[in-house]
Design a binder for this molecule. Structure first.
Ligand code: MF3
Ligand code: CO
Length: 253
């Protein structure tokens, strides 16, 4: 196994503290998500909070393959927009929208990653159900985490929880390990069978992503980084960084 996948006690203490910071930042952002707020106000607030907490917004300038550096600290997608969309100038959130905020912070070289979906003011019952389902799927999947469990158990739980409610999971994107890199082993798909995949080990830190959609799971690119649901229906993500322990798990974010 690749070096560094099993975190030391010191690294765990550090990621736990960083995870609390990220959770606090989400709490601050949630307060200002109201109809009329500009997408870029959330980005500015996020960068201000990172500065105050002395942490690095890992997404800003992040390089992957041949893609241009990621432009912002937040990933933000509204309604049918899907993974890796970013806040753009001139965009305002309106009553009834759902907004996904996915972001990563780092300090001392270690990263933590989390995502939440919020509704802006009052929204439809269908959108509320989509949000509840994505959140429930994440927490059900997290409850499976412990040393020796196969990754497939997480994947199967995500898929079953979501499909039972008549929604779908994305197949083109997935959760991942995290540590000194934002993305490391193992890959954690949102679909599969509990007997599949490598086994979790105590001391691994993993990001479980509940990537779900209202309609068909097909996504299309709208820019080099950005995607949206091909059928124009809603997308919803919740994500936590989770520590694998001998007997279970600890949610770090
Ligand atoms: N949770 C997202 C992911 O793991 C965070 C992406 S940050 C970005 O893909 F910089 F790559 F956009
Ligand atoms: Co992630």
């Amino acid at each position: 196994m690749q070096k560094g996948l099993i975190k030391t006690e010191e690294e765990i203490i550090f990621m736990r503290k960083l995870g609390k910071t990220l959770s606090g930042i989400f709490g601050e952002l949630e307060i200002i998500i109201t109809p009329g707020i500009k997408a870029y106000d959330l980005e500015d607030k996020f960068l201000e909070l990172c500065n105050k907490e002395k942490v690095i917004p890992s997404c800003k300038g992040y390089k992957e393959g041949l893609l241009p550096p990621f432009p912002t600290g937040l990933c933000m997608s509204i309604n049918q927009q899907s993974v890796h969309c970013f806040p753009r100038k001139g965009v305002t959130l309106k009553e009834g929208d759902i907004v996904n905020i996915d972001t990563v912070i780092s300090s001392n070289g270690l990263h933590v990653d989390s995502a939440h979906c919020y509704h802006v003011g009052k929204t439809t019952d269908k959108r509320l159900k989509l949000i509840e389902t994505s959140k429930n799927a994440l927490y059900s999947a997290i409850s499976k985490v412990k040393a020796s469990t196969k990754i497939g158990s997480i994947s199967q739980t995500l898929q079953k929880t979501v499909e039972k409610e008549g929604f779908n999971v994305l197949k083109d994107y997935e959760g991942h390990g995290i540590g000194y890199s934002m993305h490391e082993f193992p890959e954690i798909p949102c679909y599969g069978n509990k007997h599949d995949g490598p086994k979790l080990k105590a001391g691994m830190t993993i990001c479980i992503e509940s990537l779900i959609c209202e309609g068909d799971d097909q996504v299309i690119n709208t820019s080099e980084w950005e995607t949206e649901m091909a059928d124009g229906k809603d997308f919803c993500i919740f994500e936590h960084t989770v520590l694998v322990t001998k007997n279970g798990f600890e949610i770090l974010t």
